[in-house]
Design a protein around this ligand. Structure first.
Ligand code: UDX
Length: 416
């Protein structure tokens, strides 16, 4: 049993806390948000992650705003969020604030704690920004404390499952002893471990997420061409997927990629590349293709109804099924554009309506049946229950390939 502190009680921090707790460690979670702390202390997870509530209820996890509680930890994982600034570059404010606090702990504390960055940070951040802050405590990495970067690859809604069965654990190490310490902690998860240096580990995270984003933009581009040629892109993807150099996953053409990670990481690496004088043309195209894809659905809609004065139904608000998360969800862009262009909207989502309401108080959140009674319907998320609705007689623009929607009187797939 190790004493482990997790800084940041967001989705990543709580999943990491829960999984290390499940493995029998003593966990302290620190966050600055008192409301969130109260919520977790009443054993309700503030994020919808299957299995999380259960572990929070069973385990002895201390949740606090008191950084003093980190003092005797053998390992500290920094899991605070690194959101995007308006220009798409990464905001490091939260991680700097957390690091300053850990620096204070180092100054007065003893032992030889291992500090690991789990937050997603652009390559170079831990060496150029985080380490200098920690070492301004007078303590040195590799002499007084250990230091690693170990990015996470957790999918929303599958966090616990992904952490317990990782495809790989990436350990970026400041020095061999630090790497050994993290290996020792992580061995219990039985995943292949790759050891490397700090900035390579940071880049592996970006390259992985952006590769997935590129795969989606790639198949969407092929899909747009397929639609014009009368070819089914899903059949094309199926044929491609047999080749294991390509792989069958992440080839679902449609509205594009959204969520809290892929778009944000793509924009952050574009900004970082430009900052160091490189023009990341492919990455910029991956992004602009994705933005164009979302708007393409509106072009298709206009072939069938005038937008101004119509009522448009929006089925699906979450950025993907199985989550209540609407960050960078295509439904948000679609709703904003429809509103701007003078349409009324009725929306339905099994989980995300409360979040959507905060952004669009004027949008009527309703039942699937009400949504289907609108002048036309856009499907923006492939929730399974949408495959059981009655689309007969309707006009449907399908951004996500819901088979049953083909029964509609007018059916238009975004790229099929
Ligand atoms: C992603 C990564 O998968 C995960 O490894 C990382 O750590 C966090 O970011 P997540 O954001 O939960 O996870 O979503 P993911 O399941 O990857 O889907 C991202 C977006 O791509 C969704 O909007 C989804 O609808 C879209 N997508 C995915 C497609 O359009 N087509 C596909 O074939 C796959």
């Amino acid at each position: 049993m190790k004493r482990i502190s997790i800084i940041g009680a967001g989705r990543v921090g709580l999943v990491v806390a829960a999984c290390f707790a499940k493995m029998g460690n003593k966990i302290t979670v620190v966050d600055i948000d008192e409301d969130k702390i109260a919520e977790i202390n009443s054993r309700v997870s503030p994020v919808a992650e299957p299995g999380l509530d259960e572990i929070l209820n069973q385990s002895e996890i201390e949740v606090t705003s008191d950084y003093g509680k980190v003092m005797d930890s053998e390992a500290i994982f920094i899991c605070v969020n690194t959101p995007a600034k308006k220009d798409g570059s990464i905001s490091l404010e939260n991680i700097v604030a957390a690091t300053v606090q850990i620096g204070n702990i180092l100054k007065s504390g003893g032992g030889y704690p291992l500090i690991t960055i789990k937050s997603t940070v652009v390559p170079g951040t831990s060496e150029e920004l985080i380490l200098p802050i920690l070492e301004s405590s007078g303590k040195r990495a590799g002499q007084d404390f250990g230091f690693c970067v170990s990015p996470e690859f957790l999918r929303g809604g599958k966090g616990i499952e992904d952490f317990m069965n990782s495809a790989r654990i990436i350990i970026g190490e400041h020095d061999t002893k630090s790497g050994d310490m993290l290996c020792d902690l992580c061995q219990v998860f039985k995943a292949p471990i790759m050891r490397t240096d700090l900035r390579t580990a940071e880049m592996i995270k970006y390259a992985s997420n952006i590769f997935l984003a590129a795969k989606v933009s790639f198949i969407n581009e092929i899909g747009n061409i397929c639609k014009l040629l009368g070819i089914d892109v899903y059949e094309v993807a199926r044929g491609m997927g047999f080749d294991d150099r390509i792989g069958a996953k992440f080839l679902n053409a449609g509205l594009g990629f959204g969520g809290p990670c892929l778009p944000k990481d793509l924009k952050a690496l574009i900004a970082r590349a430009k900052e160091i004088g490189y023009e990341p043309r492919l990455l910029e195209q991956v992004l602009s293709l994705n933005e164009r894809q979302t708007l393409k659905v509106l072009e298709l809609l206009k072939r069938h109804i005038p937008v101004r004065g119509s009522t448009v139904g929006l089925l699906g608000l979450a950025f993907k099924p199985g989550t209540d998360d609407i960050s960078d969800s295509m439904a948000v862009t679609i709703a904003a554009t429809l509103t701007e262009e003078g349409a009324k909207i009725k929306a339905y989502d099994p989980l995300a309506m409360h979040n959507f309401k905060k952004l669009f108080p004027h949008v009527e959140c309703s039942t699937p049946e009400e949504v289907l009674s609108c002048d036309a319907v856009i499907i923006a998320t492939e929730w399974e229950e949408f495959n059981r609705l009655d689309y007969k007689g309707k006009i449907v623009i399908d951004g996500r390939r819901v088979p049953k929607a083909r029964e509609a009187r007018v059916y238009e797939g975004i790229c099929w």
